[in-house]
Ligand binder design. Structure first.
Ligand SMILES: O=C[C@H](O)COP(=O)(O)O
Length: 253
């Protein structure tokens, strides 16, 4: 049985008060409604991390994640935040390789691999994102494009390191657009990635690796996507900012 994970990426949203309200509601609903066997990960912006962790407390199966970390352990890197510091403030996960980081901040595979190694060394589990732009999808080269993103990054890890990795497939054309991939499109890619993981890291690693879908996933479409054999949950943007919707997604397995 693979882990089922629903991770909320708040992106660059919410004031302190809004973040506290949202977290309190999510934690309470999760406790009351107890979606069976699901791990929930809240990934707020950096200033929210510690207060959100305080609200999560010792709630079973609810974890804190960050949206980024740097590729150095410490030092004179003004404005950056290292993985070990995130861990010391209670984070368990970190999102890396998100298409917004790749596009707006020029993050390439070498940098992402270095950041991934830092995260793992600090005891953080990477939620490693991959996904193709629309023109690649239309050219029908999407599987090769996404496989290359993984070959240049997480497939370089040792078996022990890779065992901590969560992969998130996020077709860029579906992010924040309201245009979600169909369940069949998600399954096609997830199955292809699992087959490539088997080649790169072995069948046991492929069988164990959670692969999440992200891109306009919401309370309405989550159950059809999560029903697919190789979809192990979601990385949720917009819908993670609404407590009722986010919990509904967590109950969609
Ligand atoms: O990290 C989350 C993804 O980018 C999906 O965002 P979205 O659910 O708002 O489309």
């Amino acid at each position: 049985m693979r882990e089922k994970i629903v991770a909320g990426n708040w992106k660059m949203n919410l004031t302190f008060e809004e973040g506290q309200k949202l977290t309190s509601e999510i934690v309470q609903m999760f406790r009351d409604e107890n979606p069976a066997g699901v791990k929930l990960v809240l990934n707020p912006p950096f200033p929210h991390l510690y207060p959100v962790k305080k609200l999560i407390g010792d709630t079973a199966n609810v974890f804190l994640g960050a949206q980024n970390c740097y590729d150095k352990a410490s030092g004179a890197y003004t404005g950056e935040v290292p993985a070990a510091m995130l861990r010391s403030f209670g984070a368990s996960f970190v999102i890396l390789g998100h298409s917004e980081r790749r596009a707006y901040f020029g993050e390439d595979s070498a940098f992402l691999l270095a950041k991934t190694k830092q995260a793992l060394a600090a005891g953080l589990r990477p939620i490693f994102c991959c996904g193709e732009p629309l023109e690649i999808r239309e050219a029908d080269t999407h599987v090769a494009f996404v496989v290359k993103q993984l070959e240049e990054t997480v497939f370089q890890l040792s078996a022990e390191e890779f065992a901590q990795v969560v992969i998130a497939y996020e077709p860029i054309w579906a992010i924040g657009t309201g245009k979600t991939a169909s369940a069949e499109q998600a399954q096609e890619m997830h199955a292809a990635l699992r087959a490539e993981i088997a080649k790169a890291q072995g069948q046991a690693a492929a069988d164990a690796c959670p692969i999440l879908y992200g891109g306009s996933c919401n309370a309405e479409n989550a159950s059809s996507i999560f029903a697919k054999a190789d979809v192990d949950g979601g990385l949720i943007g917009g819908a993670s900012l609404k407590s009722r919707d986010f919990i509904a997604i967590a109950k969609s397995f």
